[in-house]
Structures are given as C-alpha cells and as structure tokens.
Design a protein around this ligand. Structure first.
Ligand SMILES: Cc1cc2nc3c(=O)[nH]c(=O)nc-3n(C[C@H](O)[C@H](O)[C@H](O)COP(=O)(O)OP(=O)(O)OC[C@H]3O[C@@H](n4cnc5c(N)ncnc54)[C@H](O)[C@@H]3O)c2cc1C
Length: 482
C-alpha cells in the first residue's frame, strides 16, 4: 500500500531511503534542519575555497551505482568520480612512510620497500579478506535480521571460521604481517569504528581490503558532488525536500506515529516516519524517551584551512600515526583523553580536484579524533584547539601565515549542527555487541510506524553503509507495513 512518509534529516542515509521509498511508489517528504542537504557530508564555501565538512574519500562505488540503478538511472550521469591513486599515505614520526595503491603491482612493490619479505603476506591477506568481504556483503551486512542466531546461521561452520569474528582486528593482521608498520596502518581504521584494533572484531580487515580492491575516489566538486547528485535524483523522482525545516517532536497517537511537529509549532500528518537523525538523539529529543546510550565512536576536532599555494609533501590523504600507537589508542578509547602523541589525518582534496580552491591554492582538511563530550566534561576548548593546531602545523610543516581562510569545528559544533549524540562523529561503535542484529534496529520496538536510517542503525557508519541502510529501511517498511 502506498503511504505518506516523512523523513527527518537529509543526510546520505535519509536521501537514500527517500529514493528507495519513492521508487516503491510512496509519497515522500524530507525535513532537513539545515539550509542545505548532506548532514555530516555538508560543505563550507568561503572565498573561493570549498571544503567537505566530513568525508574526504568515497569507497565501494558499486553501492552508489546500485542506488541509481534502482531508480533506473546511471550513477555516472549524475556524479563524476576522480580516482585517488596512489591513495592513502601513512607517516610515522621516525620518518617511515607507507603509500597504498589499488594497483596490486605498485602495492606489492611498496610493501617490499617498507618491509622486505612482506609480499607473500600481502597476497595471502588479499585472498583471505576477499573471501571475508564476499561472505559479509552477500550474507550478513545488508540483511534485515533481528535474531543473532538466524543471522549467523546464514554462514556454514567453515564460513563462520573464515570471518575471524572472534579474533581481534590486530590478531587478524598479525596472521599476515610481521611488520608493525603495515599492522598499524591497517589497524588504524579502527579509530572510525569506535574501538582499538585490539578490541574490534577481526572481520573488519575487510575495510582496508575494500579500499584497495574497489579503489578510493573523490567525486568531482568534492564529496558534496555526490550529495548534489543524490539530491538531484531524489527531486527528479518527486521527493519533496524541505530545508531549514527542523522537527521538534515525533507526534504519536498512543503507540502509533501520526506526524511531525515542527519547531514553528505546525504539525504535519504522516502515516510513517523515518528518522535519519542520530538514533539516540531521535529517541531522547524527538520521542522524549529515556535512552540507554550505546558505546559511541570518537568525536572529532576538524580544521578547514584555505592555504595559499601548494602544500608540499601532502597528497590527497595522509594519515599521521604516533610513535606509540598502542598508548594513543588506549588514551582515546580507554583513558578517555586526547592522546599527547597525536594521531590525525590531513586531506587535500584540491590536489585531486583543483576547482576546490582558487587557482594554485589548496583546500586543506584536518581531522583529529577525540573522546566523546561526556568523557571530557569542562574541557577548555579554545586552549585545546590552540594547542592541537600548533602541534598539527608543526608536524605537517605548514606556516601559519599561509592560512588565508580558517574554520574550526569542535565535537560540540558537530553535536549542535547535526544532532550527533555526545558529539560522536561516526555514531554508535562497531564492537561485537553492536553489529548486525545487535546494533540499534532500523525500526522502533516501541512506536509503530517509526523507522531509522543512518550511521547509528544497521548496517553502520560511512557513506556506503548509510546508503545501503536506505535500501534496508525501505525493505523493512515493505515487509512490516503491508
Ligand atoms: C569528520 C568525518 C569524516 C568522515 N569521513 C568519511 C569518509 O572519508 N568516507 C566515508 O565513507 N564516510 C566518512 N564519514 C562518515 C559519513 O560522513 C557518515 O557516516 C554519513 O555521512 C552519515 O550519514 P547519516 O545518514 O547518518 O546522516 P547525517 O549525516 O547524520 O545526517 C542527519 C541529518 O539530520 C538532520 N537533523 C538532525 N536533527 C534534525 C531535526 N530535528 N529536524 C530535521 N533535521 C534534523 C541533520 O541536520 C543532518 O543533516 C565521515 C564522518 C565525519 C564526521
């Protein structure tokens, strides 16, 4: 049956859900609090510089191709993808560097340069992670299954063994790489999943594999070029997108959703509601329910610098790892403080798309992970920002005087701009007890007709995941709302 559906939030998950639901024939309206769509993947435009606020790299292009194909369109007619290859470069304070590439020959040569004898380990890692990747995506990641036993039973016993789900990511990497540097590089992905590589499940070795196998890309016009492509598709299909349209409350009649109350006091009737707002924020602020907070991913302190001239030595994406990697993770994840020996990354998207900066200049983005806000009560942000800024400039060798344009967002800004619970940048963590059917479900168990999409619910965080989540919530609605 065709329904009148209200979606709260035009992040990538909200846009994806809108596209799938519209394709299924529903009437769909999105209410976005901010003046532009995109959520965490928004943009800042200032004096000829354009900065993506969050993501700086696109992976798994097949996910976006499938989204557009579901609407009978060709992704490449809407979004041009520029390759970023060689892609991510890792740098250590002792001068060691490691540069990834999707070109297997170049990658193996780079492994040999960094750690002679590591070529067979990398080849074996690739074969192992490829099998895990296929099992995960074919049988687990995108299934709307609430029962953990039925979820895992989709795998045969030998397939379960293959996933490495009971080993830590670090243990998994140790099977292939004696080199501490390769392990630290691949294990650092854990930072965005909300745990250290010593705690997160080994199945996440599919992350570095997925980037190497499917490449890393920058949409033309920055990641915002992808957002604009998805917005255009949604509008063409007839999705109504209302920006500067903030929802105050999800309106219920007993235990059933009946509409949305806006901040201007109007109530708009909807038969079904999909919330793209961070899942704990939806429950606490829009439903006024007491919540049990999940373990969250870290917050981030982000700098957006318009720099005069080129930035020497930095390509599109450089990850600066600390000398004492384990302590940095322990500080961040367990001792709940910003590591003194700072891990951070720098993206220069204008190195890939020069139109993102005035001619000859550079748009520079810096991301420093931090604990979530409740773990740092009373922190003096202005002095913390000054201190971290100085450390970053020194380590990347950039003179302050070259910064012509600057924006800085603390975890408080991220919370206030997009409703991110506790200032966590990537949503609920992906620990063993918060993945698959154990993650917050994409429908409400308390309020009929209420659904969720985005980084806080299934399948998880990152642009491809929330876009897949849009399809999953549409399938969920099809099965629960006959
Ligand atoms: C700094 C950073 C770097 C990242 N880098 C990458 C990367 O390189 N690659 C990658 O794949 N992923 C990356 N990610 C992750 C990716 O950006 C997110 O997982 C994804 O964009 C989240 O989408 P979402 O669907 O959860 O929606 P969100 O982006 O959370 O959007 C939710 C929307 O709801 C709106 N909203 C909130 N409250 C209300 C209300 N009351 N009424 C109306 N609207 C409301 C918000 O304004 C927002 O637009 C990064 C994230 C961050 C923060």
């Amino acid at each position: 049956m065709k329904r009148n559906i209200g979606i709260i939030g035009a992040g990538l998950g909200g846009l994806s859900a809108a596209i799938h639901l519209r394709v299924a024939g529903h009437e769909v309206t999105i209410h976005e609090a901010n003046p532009e769509v995109g959520g965490r993947a928004s943009r800042i435009v200032d004096q000829g510089f354009q900065f993506d606020t969050g993501p700086s790299l696109l992976n798994y292009p097949w996910v976006f191709e499938e989204l557009f194909a579901a609407a009978g369109r060709n992704f490449r007619d809407y979004v041009e993808l520029l390759p970023v290859d060689p892609s991510v470069r890792f740098l250590w304070p002792d001068g060691t560097h490691f540069h990834l590439s999707s070109d297997m020959r170049a990658l193996l040569a780079e492994c040999e340069r960094l750690a002679p004898g590591s070529r067979p380990g990398m080849t074996a890692f690739f074969a192992d992670a490829a099998a895990k990747y296929r099992l995960s995506f074919d049988k687990l990641v995108t299934r709307n299954e609430d029962n953990p036993l039925r979820w895992i039973a989709a795998l045969t016993p030998s397939e379960i063994l293959r996933t490495g789900i009971w080993r830590s990511l670090d243990q998994e990497l140790r099977r292939f790489f004696p080199s501490r540097y390769i392990r630290e590089a691949f294990g650092s992905y854990g930072m965005y999943l909300g745990g250290s590589p010593y705690e997160l499940p080994g199945v996440f070795s599919i992350l570095p594999y997925g980037e190497l196998a499917y490449g890393l890309w920058l949409p033309k016009g920055g990641v915002y070029g992808l957002v604009q492509g998805m917005e255009r598709l949604a509008r063409e299909l007839g999705v109504l997108i209302r920006t500067s349209s903030k929802v105050r409350r999800i309106v219920r009649d007993r235990d059933r959703v009946v509409g949305l109350e806006m901040v201007d006091g109007r109530t708009i009737p909807y038969e079904l509601v999909v919330s793209n707002v961070d899942t704990p924020t939806t429950d606490r602020d829009l439903l006024k329910r007491a919540i049990k907070t999940p373990k969250m991913t870290p917050g981030v302190l982000t700098f957006y610098w318009g720099v005069r001239g080129q930035v020497d030595g930095l390509g599109h994406h450089t990850i600066f790892l600390p000398s004492d990697y384990k302590t940095a993770f322990e500080d961040l994840c367990n001792r709940k403080r910003i590591p003194a020996d700072l891990p951070f990354y720098v993206a220069v998207p204008s190195a890939t798309d020069p139109d993102l900066a005035p001619r000859g200049d550079s748009a520079v983005f810096v991301l420093v992970p931090t604990p979530v806000l409740s773990d740092m009560p009373g922190l003096d942000w202005p002095s913390t920002v000054r201190e971290i800024r100085g450390k970053v400039l020194e380590r990347i060798g950039l003179q302050d005087s070259r910064i012509a344009v600057e924006h800085v967002w603390t975890p408080e800004d991220w919370r206030d701009r997009f409703g991110l619970h506790d200032g966590s940048a990537f949503g609920a963590a992906h620990t063993l007890t918060q993945i698959g059917p154990l993650r917050a479900r994409n429908y409400s168990r308390h309020v009929q007709g209420l659904y969720y999409v985005g980084a806080g619910t299934t399948p998880g965080t990152g642009m491809p995941m929330v876009v897949l989540g849009g399809r999953m919530v549409a399938e969920r609605i099809a099965s629960r709302e006959p």
